[in-house]
Design a binder for this molecule. Structure first.
Ligand code: GTP
Ligand code: MG
Length: 427
């Protein structure tokens, strides 16, 4: 069959034919649901926010449980990320939930690099997934996907504006993750201030070009609620796991001397909106956006960096093998060039060392000759001195012998005169 014929039948030109009875492929959606339920789901949340802003409390409130976690001290030398994975089950649906927390965020005097460890963490999860995808034997089906699906960015309830740390961090993260900004501990801010604060935050995000996650409006069934919720961003939330009796119902609330803030009361805060949007309506879209937008961007950049392209300079499709071979040749060429450079450098260094050694040897010889001459001169001088001394000694000896001789003669002469005098006295 001609290829155009196959294309026509498989593509747009396929003919619609009526069925004369029940076939059964209308169960495809159910088959999909069953498969997904059996497999279970995974969802990964990253909580970015200053120490003590209520991150853990909000997570506990959102998932109606008590996750482990100790409060962080404010003396961390840098920002680190801590990840915990939990298995949750609601009716027959299993959810593998990973919560990642920024430990020490906002606690350093110099906060310039605070975003770096967060970016690195997100990239590391993308890289792990990419490596799994590039394996020959892939196990993506059972692979624990740790890519971050939603980033809850906790804004301090200052009522003023965003801090530069918030803007810088969100700007660095917006192409890598779905950011949902939330005003934390919003019970600390009055109703009118909150409205102004929300407007201020939104305008600052827009003027700084920070792209936050927009709830999707392309699916008719959720378009209305999502577009309404988009206008409520950033959500102002309150977290609490404490239950208080209101009327005849126990509700999650925070009690103050002047009144009670009910977490799930939409007049008190946007907690319900957040839960609705994050978990009940858009969890799948967050997962999908992570894969089709953020991961895709990471993968594209990474593969382009590695030299892969879809088309050659003449806009013809590039095969993976050709790209690989071209890159390999380029790499081998560079390697050879580097090797040659290193060889040349080595030869040059050896030559330099040799010249240095020769110079040192020459200097040593000269020094030796100098010392030898000095020694000879010294020896000569000493010999001359010795000779002079020997002469002196000889002269002295001669003089001494002559003196002794004279003395003897004198003594002998003196002795005969005394004898003569004695004889004369006796007579
Ligand atoms: P680290 O993990 O140490 O960074 O703190 P965290 O961000 O997890 O904050 P955590 O949930 O431990 O809360 C810190 C304190 O804030 C606790 O005393 C909470 O009771 C309180 N808190 C939490 N949520 C809220 C809130 O919505 N409003 C108010 N007013 N206080 C809150
Ligand atoms: Mg915590």
């Amino acid at each position: 069959m001609a290829s155009t014929e196959i294309a026509r039948q498989a593509g747009e030109g396929a003919r619609a034919v009526p069925l004369s009875g029940h076939v059964g492929f209308d169960s495809m959606p159910d088959q999909l649901v069953n498969k997904s339920v059996n497999h279970g789901f995974c969802f990964n949340i990253l909580c970015v926010g200053e120490t003590g802003l209520g991150k853990s409390t909000l997570m506990d409130t959102l998932f109606n449980t008590k996750f482990e976690g100790e409060p962080t001290q404010h003396n961390q030398p840098g920002v680190t990320l801590k990840s915990n994975t939990y298995e949750l089950q609601e009716s027959n649906v299993r959810l593998k939930l990973t919560m990642v927390n920024t430990v020490g965020f906002g606690d350093q005097i110099n906060k310039e690099d605070s975003y770096k460890s967060i970016v690195e963490f997100i990239d590391a999860q993308f890289e792990a997934y990419l490596q799994e995808e590039l394996k020959i034997k892939r196990t993506l089906h059972s692979y624990h996907d740790t890519r971050i699906h939603a980033c809850l960015y906790f804004i301090a309830p200052t009522g003023h504006s965003l801090k530069s740390l918030d803007l810088v961090t969100m700007k660095k993260l917006d192409s890598k993750v779905n950011i949902i900004p939330i005003i934390a501990k919003s019970d600390a801010i009055s109703k009118s201030e909150l409205a102004k604060f929300k407007i201020k935050i939104t305008s600052e995000l827009v003027s700084n070009g920070v792209q936050i996650y927009q709830f999707p409006t392309d699916d008719e069934s959720v378009a209305e609620i999502n577009s309404t919720m988009n206008s409520h961003l950033p959500f102002a939330v309150v977290g609490s796991t404490e239950e208080v009796k209101i009327g005849n119902k126990m509700v999650k609330a925070r009690q103050y001397p002047w009144g009670t803030v009910q977490v799930e009361n939409e007049n008190h805060c946007d907690f319900v909106k957040l839960r609705e949007m994050l978990i009940r309506v858009n969890m799948e879209d967050l997962r999908e956006q992570t894969h089709t937008r953020h991961y895709e961007l990471y993968r594209r950049c990474k593969l382009e960096e590695m030299g892969f392209k879809d088309t050659d300079p003449d806009s013809k499709p590039f095969s993976l093998q050709e790209t690989y071979e071209a890159k390999r040749n380029e790499f081998m060429g560079e390697l050879q060039k580097k090797e040659e450079e290193m060889r040349q450098m080595f030869v040059q260094r050896v030559k330099e060392k040799e010249a240095e050694l020769k110079e040192a040897e020459k200097e040593l010889h000269e020094k030796f000759d100098r010392l030898k001459k000095l020694h000879q001169d010294e020896k000569k001088k000493l010999e001359e001195k010795k000779k002079a001394l020997d002469d002196e000694v000889n002269t002295f000896k001669q003089k001494k012998t002559a003196a002794e001789l004279l003395l003897n003669q004198a003594q002998q002469a003196g002795g005969s005169t005394t004898l003569k005098r004695d004889k004369e006295r006796k007579n």
